[in-house]
Ligand binder design. Sequence first.
Ligand SMILES: [Zn+2]
Length: 464
Amino acid sequence: MEKTSISLRLTPYVRNAFFSSMDVCIRISRLDVASGFELCRIQKETVRIPFCPMEPLQAYDELGYIPLTDTEESAYPIVYKKWMCGRDVSGAVTIEYSVYPRILPPGYTSSPYFDFRAEDGGANGAGLTFLANVPDAGGLLDLKWDLSHMPAGARGIWSYGEGDISREGEMSDFLHTYYAVGDIRSEVSGDYGFYWLSEPPFDLRELARQTRTLFVKMSGFFRDIRSVYRIFVRRDPFEKSGGGTALQRSYMFGYSNAAVPTPDKVRNLLAHEMVHNWPLMEDEPYGTCTWYSEGCAEYYSILLPVRFGLASREYLLNELQNRTDAYYTNPTRGMGNMEAAAICWEDRRAQKIAYGRGLFFLAETDTAIRRATNGEKSLDDVVLALLVRSGNGEKYGNDAFIGTVKEISGLDLAGRLRDMASGMPFAPPRDGFDGLLDYTEVNTLEADTGLPAITYKWFLREKA
Ligand SMILES: [Zn+2]
């Protein structure tokens, strides 16, 4: 069978020094859809982040114009808009429309950084807020930039490379990646790069170099030989910023000139988002496995830099203390994982639960495995074994975690995982962070409510 190719042509426009719009043209070499069935869809809303404002979508096949009707479907936390064919469609299909960068509503102070936004001389954002998708399509992905309406020197960058790029993949890869276009500054080394539009008030080049060292070491730890990795930087126009969002082989990191982040904060944020490149479970239904991906990102972002000798034990102490206080004083910490996931985009306190709970549960799992195997095995063995399965294209959830822990240590953590997921309280494990720390219990108050709570004050153990 002839291999499908999906070509994506992006034509951005800068007018009067402002990024104004972008034409999107998607061509699929072969597609058969019966009348009444779906041609394509957009993610009209993804965890509250809207798709870009767009001109009407139009589609053609070899017979010409395809009549379309549209419909909406909610699959929390995504709302889809789907276009259905008004007649049978076959052969090469072209889908075209134009998008405008998102204008932030007044008072907006949020992430994740999916939205396609304009900034000094260009724009950046995730494909899922400006690209249509044909579910299950895949083959040769062919990205082309038409920069003829941009000022001289404009560049187009995708998570997988700069300029025109061809690679095998799923069409959804176009959505789960970042794009930046315009007058882009960068710090690049091979397939690793940092890309930004506005010059920030801190040394981004130095940060890029440090982060590259971390990437190389983390890649080694997670047994990854792929070199592609790109970090996109945006300046938020609102003060309460400073987040990051990870997609395939890349992430977007944001800061605000009104509250310039400290180097430590930025380094840790970058480390967290970088870990997302590797350990991942299929979060299906939404919220069942968030504890694992966020927990791993938290756990390894504070431990690995210390193991690599790139950060001090005090870094671990400080980062862990912040996380401990945040989790154990969070008034929503008694919610179950699914309950929290259902409201987490309304109540950001509930959104944070998975981070602390995952971190402490993984640390507890690590101590349990070390104890059961006389220190021969650890959580790392579980995470790496699961990663091998991901590398084979497998998708998995909590059962695989339980099964792998059992294979490696003989322990059955199914009951503990159920308790953790239900929101049952548990203290952090004393030996959970490479045995470097211990704590004392401290009475404190919940954030917001002022109700009594117990947190844990960590201190460094004497070096053995
Ligand atoms: Zn994360």
